[in-house]
Design a protein around this ligand. Structure first.
Ligand code: NOJ
Length: 570
């Protein structure tokens, strides 16, 4: 049933809802659906905000919640339906908020719970829902639970974390390596045991096998749902459980950028228990019609598929990072990846950038045609079948601004791994609002410097330029929200042997949109025979196009990195 369960076809859904109402089978998805049978998040466009860097209302150099509130109408006008805010809970900020010291409050640097409520209210006024980031694998080492846990072997919270004796004096319990470098075990002299941390030593892993931890965390999600959040992005979900026997991981050849031996994370990642836990989190989310987005690193479509759950009872939106990892403009690779996620039981979730990866502007850009390529990528992933999650600044072509000197680095891994690993500062710089100093983000020196390109790539200047990246994004998002073929339609790859032009049809109820994207640096022509799709000789009516794109009958001519989105006529 599950393949059909997620089908975008109205008739199948009508049938399923009918069968469900007859009690023929249980429908795990309880979210209210729209007239076309979709829960809200399937038609929504999500936007990731790194709160330190979006808008600084009190001019202390760090962004805040009131800053986000003040930009809610910008988000609405852009075409955003939901924002995911990376962690803004109280935190010592070792990992910039991914080290939480209190799950039910706001860090004073970002504001107060009142400011949070105001932001949710402002969001409602602008039809923008708020998604929180839930850091459930680990806490900060300054969280009261951990402080108590480390205080003595018999403390009330001792078993909330993973404490073990070393293999021998001075030797950790096993060979597991932290994602941020070095052994994943830290020795604590107070109680003479090691604790486990998948990330920084200041981020001890919670023991999810302890029912008290599970209860507390599930209750935390309820607490935020009651406060009006529309869902969570779940951090590092694949790391929640560890092998109870703590077996050594198999060692592979070579070393990583932090100098550690490569390893297969066989015993501390992706354990089957993760899925049981996701089902529980989902049950609670369903009580509030909330959506769960997953930070789901997968190597295969089958792994991604599992995250949806066997009856659609785990994550509604596991992010497809395999798509994001196609780092070059390669139609064959993109086709393969889209076909793979289309073959899962779930609704695809497309992302091209986030706060942990070099910005798409640089990853896909060739250094000469980056603006054209940024538009091409926007026209691409925002017209696929699925829900996109944008990253702030992508819509204006923000570029990475990597630190030039080790002493300027803020992200700890950038200091440990310098110069091979410069850390993630480059993709987290302040949002570029206008041409004033610090790009209008703050009147004080911001926590990270803006790149020189802010003079041309900023919201104010691009709003006035009809051919800007921002206006292309607005047009595509506008079309996406109003065109049924883009909202509901199936995806069919076209001209699959073409190595340069990525093209596809989104069709729904006899109507179709054709998207053609020249991913090469040379002019290209593409001819479309859509008779198999029921359109005979296609007549294309341009809706959105790059400046030199032309159509003649069923033929499209595109300049280097040109794009065309057209309605297909009979
Ligand atoms: C994934 C987050 O995206 C990343 O920024 C963070 O450092 C780790 N999880 C640890 O929480």
């Amino acid at each position: 049933m599950s393949r059909l369960f997620f089908s975008s076809s109205r008739s199948w859904l009508a049938l399923i809802l009918f069968l469900a109402s007859c009690g023929a089978f249980t429908v795990a998805q309880s979210t209210p659906v729209d007239a076309n049978g979709h829960p809200w998040w399937q038609h929504a466009v999500f936007y990731e905000i790194y709160p330190r860097s979006f808008a600084d209302s009190n001019n202390d150099g760090v962004g805040d919640l009131n800053g986000i509130s003040s930009r809610m109408s910008y988000l609405h006008d852009l075409g955003i339906d939901a924002i995911w805010i990376t962690p803004c809970y109280p935190s010592p900020q070792v990992d910039f908020g991914y080290d939480v010291s209190d799950y039910e409050n706001i860090d004073p640097m970002y504001g107060t719970l009142k400011d949070f409520d105001r932001m949710v209210g402002e969001g409602k006024e602008n039809s923008v829902r708020v998604i929180m980031d839930f850091v459930l694998n680990h806490t900060s080492d300054q969280h009261s639970w951990f402080l108590d846990s480390k205080s003595s072997r018999s403390s009330a919270h001792r078993d909330w974390y993973l404490w073990r004796d070393g293999k021998a004096p001075g030797h950790p319990p096993n060979n597991w390596i932290s994602i941020f470098g070095g052994s994943a075990w830290n020795f604590d002299p107070t109680t003479h045991q090691f604790y486990y941390h998948a990330f920084y030593p200041q981020q001890p892993d919670l023991n999810w096998r302890n029912p008290a931890v599970e209860k507390e965390m599930l209750d935390t999600t309820r607490w935020w749902y009651r406060r009006g959040v529309a869902g969570f992005r779940l951090d590092a979900v694949d790391m929640l459980f560890e092998d109870p026997e703590l077996r050594d991981n198999p060692v592979l050849t070579g070393t990583d950028t932090l100098g550690d031996p490569n390893m297969e994370d066989k015993y501390n990642r992706n354990l089957p228990e993760v899925h049981e836990e996701l089902q529980k989190l989902r049950k609670v989310a369903d009580e509030s019609d909330a959506v769960l987005i997953g930070e789901t690193w997968t190597a295969t479509a089958a792994q991604l598929d599992r995250y949806y759950g066997q009856n659609g009872n785990e994550l509604q939106m596991p992010m497809d990072f395999m798509f994001m990892m196609v780092d070059k403009l390669s139609p064959p690779e993109f086709r393969r990846q889209i076909a793979a996620v289309d073959g899962t039981h779930g609704w695809p979730v497309f992302v091209i950038s986030n706060h942990d990866r070099v910005r798409s502007y640089n990853r896909y850009g060739d250094g000469k045609n980056n603006d054209a390529i940024a538009k091409l990528m926007g026209a691409f992933y925002l017209t696929l079948r699925g829900t996109p999650i944008m990253y702030y600044g992508e819509e204006i072509g923000m570029e990475n601004n990597d630190p030039k000197r080790r002493e300027d680095v803020q992200d700890p891994i950038g200091r440990t791994g310098w110069p091979a690993e410069k850390g993630r500062d480059g993709e987290r710089t302040p949002m570029q609002w206008n041409t004033t100093p610090n790009a209008g983000f703050s009147t004080t020196r911001p926590w990270l410097p803006v790149p020189p390109s802010y003079k041309t790539h900023n919201v104010e200047s691009e709003s006035k330029d009809p051919s800007s990246i921002l206006n292309l994004y607005k047009k595509v998002l506008g079309l996406r929200h109003s065109n049924e073929a883009l909202l509901e339609g199936s995806y069919t790859a076209l001209n699959e042997d073409d190595p340069n032009v990525m093209s596809y049809l989104r069709s729904y109820k006899g109507k179709a949109i054709l998207v053609a994207l020249n991913m090469s640096a040379t002019p290209q022509k593409a001819v479309f025979d859509l008779s198999k799709q029921g359109f005979g000789e296609a007549r294309l009516q341009t809706l959105i196009a790059s400046h030199a794109a032309t159509t003649k009958g069923n033929e499209v001519a595109l300049e280097p990195f040109g794009l065309l989105i057209a309605e297909v006529g009979r």
